[in-house]
Design a protein around this ligand. Structure first.
Ligand SMILES: Nc1ncnc2c1ncn2[C@@H]1O[C@H](COP(=O)(O)OP(=O)(O)O)[C@@H](O)[C@H]1O
Ligand SMILES: [Mg+2]
Length: 414
């Protein structure tokens, strides 16, 4: 009898979940799972809605010379993460190559993806692999040898060679060697018409370069602006069409996600992430629509995940400072602390967990860091003739504070 009850309960739960499913195709909610051709298809629809028009126009005018037999110069492209640099360029270069081959113009393009940091040797090794000049993970040969292999492989190619170096600031050792090779040495040693496409998420990247390399880079610059709310609405609408059942979105939801994302970062990947989180939540709650409240909940959850993972990998003193602030606020039952009180709490907390405390000065730096990450908020209060003091507040929901606290205690005491 008991057994039957459980069976029925589980069966009806499963059936309920099936009935209230709103996600048809999960993969369109997670960029990591989309294959390139699907990404390109999504992108094409978005481009048709005039998103990234200005950038594509600039690219067209930069590279049009190829179809006239000219040799366009190198190009540097900057923009924050999630602004579509990688996808737009892959799309554009494929199209350009297609047009060239229709007119019998010899062209090759390779995409060296450096989104994971690596030293110069590994980056050149990867480039050599893309050019079929080397096998994966070559060991025991010198940097010079690797460069020679690349040059030898290209000795007979006289057409256009477009090297798309993505996230170039991630070359971690010998950046100058890497750049000198690409910018000065390679063009002199191979007959191809070389065009470098240097893409970075950091605007200050060229500052890191050797002055001589900088002067050699006769570079055209193109900046990818963060997506605005209108762009993001287009991007989201196409994802919704592909991923969710019809009518699963309450009025205003797309606008809300687009507004949140464009105010905070203009990152398409994160906007799609918020949509995905909202859809998962709605399904879990057994609801057939994503409402404005679902979006709020999803945003809070993503914030929480971000805080937790940020703190988890933080240095012990940062964790200890955060934990002691939470503890002090809870025990005094007030909404804010003076920095002196916070330091006292930190000293006693360090004593408890056997951590050698930092000086008051270094503690102030940690407070500033917590503030930058928006884990705490600080404000200056004037105390008349007693001068000014800084106050610390926790500006987040109680449930989030509790989860952060649990994680901190867990990782500090273990
Ligand atoms: N115009 C767009 N249309 C649809 N999705 C986009 C668009 N731009 C970016 N995305 C999504 O956002 C993610 C980030 O794009 P990506 O080109 O990798 O940005 P970046 O290289 O600037 O960091 C991609 O996975 C893509 O699916
Ligand atoms: Mg990229």
């Amino acid at each position: 009898m008991q057994q039957n009850l459980v069976r029925n309960k589980i069966q009806s739960q499963i059936q309920h979940m099936v009935n209230s499913a709103i996600i048809l195709n999960r993969r369109f909610l997670d960029d990591e799972q989309l294959i390139r051709s699907e990404q390109m298809a999504v992108l094409e629809e978005v481009f048709n809605a005039n998103v990234r028009d200005a950038e594509i126009k600039e690219l067209s005018s930069h590279f049009a010379g190829i179809l006239r037999g000219d040799h366009p110069c190198h190009i540097a492209i900057w923009g924050k993460t999630g602004t579509g640099k990688t996808l737009t360029l892959c799309y554009f270069l494929n199209l350009l190559a297609e047009m060239c081959s229709q007119q019998n113009i010899p062209i090759r393009h390779v995409h060296l993806d450096l989104s994971n940091p690596r030293p110069c040797f590994r980056a050149l090794n990867d480039l050599a692999c893309l050019l079929n000049a080397s096998k994966k993970y070559q060991k025991g040969i010198s940097l010079e040898e690797m460069m020679l292999r690349i040059e030898n492989k290209l000795a007979d190619y006289e057409g256009y060679l477009l090297l798309f170096i993505d996230e170039i600031d991630n070359v971690r050792r010998d950046m100058d060697n890497f750049m000198r090779f690409l910018v000065r040495r390679l063009p002199q040693r191979i007959p191809a018409k070389l065009i470098l496409i240097l893409v970075s998420n950091r605007l200050d990247w060229p500052e890191m370069l050797d002055a001589r390399v900088k002067s050699f880079l006769k570079i055209n610059e193109l900046i990818f602006k963060p997506y605005d709310a209108v762009d993001l609405k287009h991007i989201l609408r196409i994802r919704i069409e592909k991923a969710l059942t019809e009518n699963s979105i309450a009025p205003g939801v797309i606008e809300k996600i687009a507004a949140l994302a464009s105010q905070q970062h203009g990152d398409a990947r994160k906007a799609v992430g918020l949509l995905a989180q909202s859809a998962y939540l709605a399904e879990k709650n057994g609801s057939k629509t994503i409402t404005l409240e679902t979006v709020d909940q999803a945003a809070a959850q993503l914030d929480m995940d971000r805080y937790i993972s940020l703190l988890r990998s933080a240095p012990a003193h940062l964790k200890a400072a955060m934990a002691s602030i939470i503890h002090a606020l809870k025990t005094t039952n007030t909404s804010c602390l003076a920095t002196g009180q916070a330091y006292e709490a930190y000293l006693s907390f360090c004593g408890k967990i056997k951590l050698r405390p930092l000086s008051n000065r270094a503690f102030a730096d940690i407070i500033a860091e917590l503030d930058i990450y928006s884990l705490i908020r600080t404000r200056i209060i004037s105390k008349g003739r007693y001068g000014r003091t800084r106050e610390i507040l926790l500006d987040m929901p109680e449930s989030m504070i509790d989860r952060i606290n649990e994680m901190l205690i867990d990782t500090l005491i273990r």
